[in-house]
Design a protein around this ligand. Structure first.
Ligand code: UDP
Ligand code: MG
Length: 336
């Protein structure tokens, strides 16, 4: 399965994927998006390698995705790769955005478990070790959920409201206060690779897949260096991708508004006709006809928009080409 997908996206199958001797330690992949992190990336790598050094029973690979940095991050990454044979750097030709960078990293990851984390130390490396423990205990996906976060009050407030709003209007159960810091086991990572839609909201895709998902509470740290690479514009786009990708609430709203407008229009029509028939002295000539036509057309248009919208919604979900269903395993009589 994974081989065919890799072939489709034109990516060579990494060496580790082919060899699976029972004796060799299990490989854990870290997927690490980098955008203009020159100030902190070296420190990050040291922290991460120090953390994983406490768990020598695994092999590790660190896949940095340089998302078109313009500040010399790439040179530092090359340096890191020179000194650490476990490092691989995927260098984007331009800035494609955080969600795409994660996707590329996942495409190259060959580990039995894949951990996605930010490279600004807001996602603490020690928490990723706890994720590994949860994975060993049987979790297929481990989500890191922020108990607290040290961002600006504005960011905290908007994020808090947004996650709850999205959850209330979404068809899938998207966990609140959960970003992209998570562990996926090999099966879950393979499935996530089959989602190739362009407007990506990875936390929603993972939530929609199913599997045994566990939450891990953690306290989100401050950024070690530099400033957020998510300006308002990118944040709004991500928020919109979340809503339009995982909710049909806006469409349903149009349809409901259509019904409401039509109902009000009927009332208005009855009112203006009644006036015309029983109190002709107060109505201006031509007013009744004008009101009837205007109200009726307004309601009808709103309703039609809703109907068209619901078809567009279907076209949209068809072109996303998400998997129809996801199988964890097929068990046959002789294996059971
Ligand atoms: N990032 C990226 N491409 C972008 C923006 C951000 O790869 O266009 C990376 C960034 O280097 C960091 C992670 O995504 O590792 C999260 O970004 P950031 O810390 O700026 O977001 P915040 O934590 O402020 O939400
Ligand atoms: Mg950050």
């Amino acid at each position: 399965m994974s081989d065919t997908i890799r072939h489709e996206v034109g990516i060579p199958v990494p060496q580790q994927a082919r060899t699976s001797e029972a004796e060799s330690p299990r490989l854990i992949s870290y997927v690490l998006p980098v955008y203009n992190e020159a100030e902190g990336i070296k420190h990050f790598h040291t922290e991460l390698t120090d953390a994983v050094a406490t768990r020598p029973e695994f092999d590790y690979e660190f896949i940095y995705v340089n998302d078109g940095s313009a500040d010399g991050s790439m040179r530092i990454l090359q340096d890191i790769a020179k000194n650490d044979s476990r490092v691989r750097v995927v260098d984007f030709a331009r800035n494609f955005g955080h969600q795409i960078a994660i996707t590329a990293g996942l495409d190259y990851a060959a580990g039995e478990a894949v951990i996605v984390m930010d490279t600004d130390l807001q996602d603490p490396p020690r928490v990723s070790l706890q994720m590994i423990d949860a994975w060993l205990a049987g979790a297929e996906v481990v989500q890191a959920r922020r108990r607290t976060r040290r961002d600006t009050p504005f960011k905290r407030a908007t994020a808090h409201t947004y996650y709850r709003l999205l959850r209330s209007c979404s068809d899938v159960d998207i966990p609140v206060d959960t970003g992209d810091f998570r562990l996926l086991n090999r099966r879950a990572a393979e499935e996530l690779r089959t989602f190739r839609e362009r407007s990506r909201f990875i936390r929603g895709m993972v939530a929609s897949m199913g599997f045994n998902q566990q939450e891990l509470l953690f306290d989100r740290d401050e950024r070690v260096a530099g400033e957020t690479k998510y300006p308002m514009r990118k944040m709004l786009r991500l928020a919109a991708d979340g809503v339009t990708g995982f909710s049909t609430a806006p469409l349903k709203l149009i349809t409901r508004m259509g019904f409401a407008t039509l109902a009000l229009a009927l009332l208005g029509i009855i009112y203006s006709v009644t006036l015309r028939l029983f109190f002709p002295e107060v109505t201006v000539s031509g007013w009744t006809m004008l009101m009837v036509v205007m109200l009726f057309l307004g309601g009808l248009q709103m309703l039609s928009l809703g109907v068209i919208g619901s078809y567009i919604g279907r076209i949209y979900s068809e072109v996303q080409q998400r998997p129809l269903y996801i199988v964890r395993d097929v068990i046959r009589h002789d294996e059971a």
